[in-house]
Design a protein around this ligand. Structure first.
Ligand SMILES: [Zn+2]
Length: 107
């Protein structure tokens, strides 16, 4: 018997924010461009480049939202907390070139 995959299933969030972006998502693995340490998974809704991380799309979702997004491996500051005004939604605005992303899964 082969051992079962231990890969954790990630369920995409489906809500008005997703519908506003065309209704499809990709799961990204985000890592620190400086030290290559993995930061988190992220549900990216719709097309376009990743400019900000909505905290409700980070996996795991942060339990408290710090003012800055900091790499837990090298402590480099990668982004700053903002409120995306159009949706009144907290997000980290990423600094250019701070975060690398890799597509894990599309839907
Ligand atoms: Zn780092």
């Amino acid at each position: 018997m082969k051992p079962k995959s231990v890969k954790k299933a990630v369920v995409f969030k489906k809500d008005a924010f997703l519908r506003a972006r065309g209704g499809y998502s990709r799961l990204l693995e985000l890592s620190c461009e400086h030290c290559k340490g993995v930061l988190c998974l992220y549900q990216k809704d719709g097309p376009g480049i990743l400019k900000r991380l909505y905290t409700d799309r980070m996996i795991p979702e942060p339990t408290r939202t710090a003012k800055q997004l900091v790499c837990e491996h090298c402590e480099r500051v990668l982004g700053a907390l903002i409120t995306y005004k159009k949706e009144d939604r907290p997000a980290y605005r990423l600094f250019v070139g701070a975060v690398a992303k890799k597509i894990v899964k599309s839907q």
